[in-house]
Design a binder for this molecule. Structure first.
Ligand SMILES: CCCCCCCCCCCCCCCCCCCCC/C=C/C(=O)SCCNC(=O)CCNC(=O)[C@H](O)C(C)(C)COP(=O)(O)OP(=O)(O)OC[C@H]1O[C@@H](n2cnc3c(N)ncnc32)[C@H](O)[C@@H]1OP(=O)(O)O
Ligand SMILES: Cc1cc2nc3c(=O)[nH]c(=O)nc-3n(C[C@H](O)[C@H](O)[C@H](O)COP(=O)(O)OP(=O)(O)OC[C@H]3O[C@@H](n4cnc5c(N)ncnc54)[C@H](O)[C@@H]3O)c2cc1C
Length: 600
């Protein structure tokens, strides 16, 4: 409680070693405990104590075989039985089985189960969460009425047991309803402080924000690991050269620099965002603990939801693309499993899906921005979001009148250039998305279709540009803050500008389309500036990696040890492989007792 950053450090440190281990531990101690703590009340304290003491093992259980993204449509039901003061849980059929749930496969003894709450009068009150005992903690055998099992091998994170669960008339005490969004009175009546069911749904899903914010940090860890491996390798791997006698490190090639150094810059910028955003989450959590019901607390929850719903997609995709680029940047050795790039890539992959599919989540961010735009433009209400990420939207008219003014690559080496371009880009995409939505509303018969047909090129791009702007603005402020050591500022500012220009260059088409750029100059000087920054950062790249890489034992990649002894370390690791020099047990069949051809 005194130093909440330590939690993020612990998640990231364990994850650097192994993500399955980290997930297994934190699903229990943080995700389950967070869902009980945020969703419940004093009467659920015993579950928190038991979890903390490792007496029970748990997780959250939201997803079903036939429904993940659309949580509203979850079909698990919890009927209140007024005569026994119990809820009776049922899975209507196997398609409604809880599925994918971490820790559920073998070890979970309890779970926070999301289900539709029905009162005895047969009325449904929507999605609520319940603590349900799954197994006996002494024997790990399922509780009566619970069918539980493991879903099998996955593409990554195989050290964690993801499982399924079905419920047949499973009775749980009334108190196991996590009652922060709604409760049952002693007379059996349903009560809630949220009159609007949409708001109630948002409140009951609020606990997912903690996971999404934490996942941003997890993907940054993956990015740090892969760039550390690829840059150390590239600084020591030699290939070709200006003369036949001399071969140069592959990091000297402009092409290799352009492929890797922007990911190094992204690791730094995203790392700062992840850490500062985690502290924003802590502020929100403290408000929840203190039962803060102020409008600011509500707005903070919405802003964190909007930022995490774009931050998780951006960070997980950056790590995903970075992992693949780094794998290829290490050539054949990058494909050797002992060098770890494959495991990191596969373990990172589900970050794009769990705690909300990336493409689905981005829609939450654009909905939030479109809502603000409506208030600013139609209702003349300036936006004052608690974290300030949207304040610049109040000036959208002025910002939209701006044009790109830099004339040389040198001018673009200042981060104010990409920052100004991003402000224009977000305002432009916001105005265009709003217009597109209105057009689609006129064409479509319902709002559902209108929204769906406004995603590609509009709302989706808007959400991504918005989060890139937020990350860049935060890192810019940090690298220009007087508390940041003056000796470090020059190199950090270069990383900041490179991240900004490199990210911006993915939006070139829209910058031209909307008239912010005209002629060939803007595109050319931005490309030149990116290459210039890569070249300037190349000599610092190894030091920059040394500052973010874990110790060799944790990095666990022979081609990337800190001593730079590439071949010695690789050779030694290969020779220590299991049975590496042994002939195979089937050598005789291969050599002498060969099967006769056509006699198999
Ligand atoms: C000092 C205190 C210290 C405390 C420290 C605490 C720190 C905590 C640290 C936590 C550590 C975690 C460790 C991490 C390790 C984890 C390892 C990783 C393992 C991963 C395990 C995976 C688990 C899962 O995947 S669980 C299942 C997750 N499922 C999903 O995410 C489903 C996605 N779908 C949805 O969320 C919804 O259905 C959604 C958002 C798509 C909404 O769909 P809708 O039906 O269309 O509804 P909509 O109209 O859009 O929304 C209604 C309303 O609600 C608002 N809303 C929605 N969600 C939220 C939210 N989270 N917060 C706030 N508001 C929300 C939405 O904006 C709408 O509002 P309005 O527009 O205003 O009406
Ligand atoms: C490793 C792993 C661990 C997990 N752990 C847990 C856990 O512990 N507890 C738990 O409850 N769940 C868990 N999950 C489930 C996870 O939360 C869901 O898989 C996730 O929310 C995505 O939902 P889905 O699988 O239903 O995807 P779907 O929604 O079926 O997505 C399929 C495709 O459809 C697209 N799509 C869906 N809706 C739209 C739309 N409106 N517009 C455009 N495109 C759309 C998606 O982008 C995606 O490409 C885990 C999943 C994984 C992979």
């Amino acid at each position: 409680m005194e130093k909440p950053q330590k939690l993020l450090v612990l998640i990231n440190s364990l994850g650097m070693y192994d993500w399955s281990l980290a997930a297994k531990f934190f699903l229990n101690t943080q995700v389950f405990a967070g869902a009980v703590g945020n969703g419940g009340s004093e009467r659920h304290q015993n579950f928190l104590n038991q979890t903390r003491n490792m007496e029970v093992g748990s997780n959250i259980c939201n997803n079903q075989m036939s429904h993940g993204s659309n949580t509203k449509a979850i079909r698990t039901v919890a009927h209140f039985d007024a005569s026994t003061k119990e809820f009776i849980l049922n899975s209507p059929d196997f398609e409604a089985a809880k599925f994918w749930v971490g820790n559920m496969g073998k070890t979970a003894t309890h779970a926070v189960v999301y289900a539709q709450l029905y009162t005895s009068d047969g009325q449904c009150h929507g999605l609520h969460s319940f603590v349900v005992q799954i197994r006996d903690p002494k024997t790990l055998l399922p509780m009566p009425g619970v069918m539980v099992g493991d879903i099998g091998k996955k593409l990554g994170q195989n050290g964690i047991d993801n499982g399924f669960a079905m419920f047949y008339n499973v009775r749980i005490p009334q108190e196991n309803l996590l009652n922060s969004t709604g409760d049952i009175s002693p007379s059996g009546k349903y009560t809630s402080r949220y009159k609007d069911p949409k708001q109630r749904l948002g409140a009951s899903l609020g606990t997912l924000s903690s996971g999404r914010v934490s996942i941003i940090g997890m993907t940054v860890v993956n990015l740090k690991l892969v760039v550390s491996i690829a840059i150390r390798f590239s600084a020591t791997r030699r290939q070709f050269g200006p003369t036949e006698k001399e071969e140069i490190p592959v990091l000297e090639y402009q092409l290799q620099q352009w492929r890797l150094i922007p990911y190094l810059a992204a690791a730094y910028a995203l790392d700062y965002f992840s850490k500062s955003f985690f502290m924003n989450l802590i502020e929100l959590q403290i408000g929840i603990l203190m039962k803060d019901r102020s409008p600011r607390q509500a707005e903070l929850g919405k802003e964190i939801h909007a930022l995490s719903c774009a931050g998780k997609p951006l960070a997980s995709w950056t790590a995903q693309h970075g992992a693949q680029e780094c794998r290829e940047a290490c050539g054949g050795h990058g494909f050797l499993a002992i060098n770890r790039l494959g495991d990191i890539r596969n373990d990172n992959d589900p970050n794009c899906t769990y705690e909300g599919d990336n493409n689905v989540l981005l829609q939450q961010t654009s909905n939030y921005l479109l809502g603000l735009f409506h208030s600013i433009r139609e209702d003349n209400i300036p936006c004052e979001s608690p974290l300030g990420s949207t304040h610049f939207l109040n000036d959208f008219k002025t910002i939209l009148s701006h044009k790109f003014t830099a004339r040389t690559a040198r001018e673009c080496l200042d981060c104010t250039v990409p920052l100004a371009a991003y402000k224009w880009l977000v305002c432009y995409l916001l105005r265009e998305s709003n217009q597109k939505l209105q057009q689609e509303r006129q064409k479509a018969t319902n709002d559902f279709d209108a929204r769906n047909n406004s995603q590609v090129y509009y709302c989706r791009s808007l959400a991504l540009a918005f989060i890139e702007h937020t990350i860049l603005q935060r890192y810019y402020d940090y690298t220009h803050d007087t508390s940041t050591p003056a000796s470090l500022q020059p190199v950090l500012r270069k990383l900041c500008t490179l991240y900004g220009l490199w990210s911006l260059s993915k939006h070139m088409a829209v910058l031209y389309q909307g008239g912010y750029f005209t002629g060939e100059l803007p595109g050319k000087i931005i490309q030149d500036a990116v290459l210039e920054l890569c070249a300037e950062l190349k000599d610092d790249a190894v030091s920059l990696v040394d500052a973010i890489a874990p110790p060799d034992f944790i990095l666990n990649s022979p081609i990337a040890k800190a001593d730079g002894e590439l071949y010695k370390n690789l050779w030694s690791a290969v020779l220590q492989g299991e049975k590496v020099l042994e002939r195979p047990s089937w050598w005789a069949e291969f050599c002498t007792k060969k099967p006769l051809i056509a006699k198999l």
